[in-house]
Write a protein that binds this ligand. Structure first.
Ligand SMILES: Nc1nc2c(ncn2[C@@H]2O[C@H](COP(=O)(O)O[C@H]3[C@@H](O)[C@H](n4cnc5c(=O)[nH]c(N)nc54)O[C@@H]3COP(=O)(O)O)[C@@H](O)[C@H]2O)c(=O)[nH]1
Length: 518
């Protein structure tokens, strides 16, 4: 990654991590603000329904009390009606109706008006714009039907408007009776008036035929979010600072690790260790897999698992491998007469090696000083990072094949692209992953997998290398399967070349494929 570009990316990552808690928290807080406003709206509705129910309860009591007067002449009923008005809170007038005519009223005495019973919601409740006495003030009329007529109870609308005013300022609260609606300012309309894009809900009373509507605008959600949730914002900002700081630390640590790795590559601190690969049948040495170790000037020997992933993701693995190839070439040339012929030498190759044709040149340069047929070069492909299928990679593997370079699929059976690699590239060998070998002969599933891989290899005319062979039982099982090559602690651990040569190479090498038993 170029320095300036890398810094810009790191800065962007830090900013993104910094604002991440806010980005994630905002929808949650908005949801919570809505929940709390919905809760407030529901509480207002519950309160208004209960209070209006109570007012109408008084009206109903008054009506029941004077219901016996329906049919009595007005002058005689007048006194009891007036008593009824005084005895019950909220009641402004009581009226008697018979045969569809209102004939007696506490306000006017004997009257004769038509009773419009159809104007009452559920035959019981009406919201009127006003009456003769208070033409500009809405009133509620509660109707109690009797066998021969009805009692009509007038309730001053102001009592209801007062109840509606008790709700919070930011909410629109109205009561609907039949087709009419009225709010706290007392204007009757034919629909529930609410702000644009309002969030509204309607709740009917269970006892009387009216509905309470409560609405609030989206703006209230934002105001609520900004002014009432500031501790949460503070917390999210703090989390943002922490996550930005953590991202910055992680990146600077990674950057300094990368810088350290780059320094080590430049200082040539990566050395090849050799692990013997033997012939399955005889146990004779066939070659070695090259496994890198970092000879750190302070930390000592660092195993590959601790730096290969970073080396691969930063691309430093490419230079590292080519340095190893140079060293291995030099070390093998120094012991050429003692090597079994042909000597297999395997290197691990990552996706980064396959982004240019340089690999081809490096392999050619590696093989060049060895007499033809004395050394066979193996490239072990891992699945840690997928090798892309491009015309370039196709050409690369074709030309490697043409040069006699062998390709082995490493850790076969553990990833999910091994079969794809098998189809795409010219593959010569399968390396059975040590996890299957470890359970060979003792666990049915792993044994079946081993059998299947061996069968697949023989059908595709590939040879098999079993890695991680640690004991005689595993070796015998693999021998019975006809596995051609084996590698594992049973035959030797990865060691520096001098130790490898001292332990595994005879003073004088034998003929083709007939190395020293190990
Ligand atoms: N791209 C590159 N990857 C590399 C290179 N060098 C190593 N690696 C990869 O690192 C991983 C760990 O390697 P290492 O710690 O060296 O482990 C290898 C063997 O030591 C270990 N092994 C061998 N025999 C046995 C055994 O009998 N038992 C047992 N428990 N472990 C054993 O297995 C590792 C073999 O690795 P491989 O054959 O490559 O799968 C590892 O993934 C390496 O690939 C490098 O230069 N480049």
């Amino acid at each position: 990654m170029a320095g300036r570009e890398g810094k810009a990316r790191s800065r962007l990552a830090v900013v993104l991590f910094g604002i991440l808690p806010l980005l994630l928290g905002l929808p949650f807080l908005a949801w919570q603000a809505r929940q709390s406003l919905d809760g407030e709206a529901a509480a207002i509705q519950e309160f208004v329904v209960a209070r209006v129910d109570a007012i109408l309860g008084h009206a109903s009591n008054a009506a029941v009390e004077v219901a016996g007067l329906v049919g009595s002449p007005c002058p005689a009923a007048g006194l009891d009606l007036r008593r009824g008005v005084t005895a019950h809170p909220f009641v402004r007038s009581l009226n008697l109706a018979e045969n569809g005519r209102i004939y007696c009223s506490t306000l006017e005495g004997a009257v004769d008006y038509a009773e419009d019973s159809a104007a009452y919601a559920d035959g019981r409740l009406q919201l009127m714009f006003g009456n003769l006495v208070t033409p500009n003030r809405a009133l509620l009329v509660y109707r109690h039907a009797t066998a021969s007529g009805s009692v009509l109870v007038g309730i001053d609308g102001q009592h209801v408007f007062d109840v509606l005013s008790l709700g919070a300022e930011e909410f629109t609260v109205e009561i609907g009776i039949g087709p009419n609606w009225v709010g706290k300012e007392g204007t009757v309309t034919d629909a529930f008036r609410q702000p644009d894009n309002a969030i509204a809900s309607l709740v009917p009373s269970a006892a009387y035929p009216f509905t309470v509507g409560v609405a609030y605008g989206q703006g209230l959600v934002w105001r609520h979010l900004v002014f009432d949730y500031w501790p949460s914002w503070l917390l999210l900002a703090l989390l943002g600072l922490l996550s930005g700081y953590a991202a910055r630390r992680f990146l600077s640590q990674r950057n300094s690790l990368t810088a350290e790795l780059r320094r080590a590559v430049d200082a040539d601190e990566f050395v090849p260790f050799y692990q013997p690969v033997v012939l399955g049948e005889s146990g004779a040495l066939a070659g070695a897999e090259v496994l890198v170790r970092w000879m750190h000037p302070i930390e000592g020997i660092i195993p590959p698992n601790q730096f290969i992933p970073l080396a691969e993701s930063t691309g430093l693995i490419v230079k590292m491998t080519y340095q190893l190839m140079d060293r291995v070439q030099e070390e093998l040339l120094g012991q050429l007469p003692n090597l079994p012929e042909p000597f297999h030498v395997g290197f691990n190759i990552s996706a980064a090696h396959c982004t240019s044709m340089e690999l081809l040149d490096r392999c050619r340069a590696f093989l060049e000083p060895f007499p033809p047929g004395s050394v066979i070069l193996f490239l072990e492909l891992t699945e840690r990072e997928a090798i892309p299928a491009t015309p370039m990679t196709d050409a690369l593997f074709k030309q490697l094949d043409g040069m006699g370079v062998q390709v082995a699929l490493d850790d076969f059976g553990t990833g999910n692209s091994s079969l794809e690699y098998l189809q795409r590239f010219t593959v010569n060998a399968l390396k059975i992953d040590q996890s299957f070998v470890a359970k060979a002969g003792t666990e049915t599933l792993s044994s079946h997998i081993l059998d299947i891989i061996a069968d697949l290899a023989s059908r595709l005319e590939l040879f098999v290398v079993a890695e991680g062979v640690e004991n005689a039982m595993q070796r015998e099982y693999l021998q019975k399967l006809g596995v051609e090559y084996m590698q594992g602690y049973l035959f030797g651990r990865p060691v520096p070349f001098a130790e490898f040569a001292a332990t595994h190479l005879p003073p004088a090498a034998g003929g083709a494929g007939d190395g020293a038993p190990v």
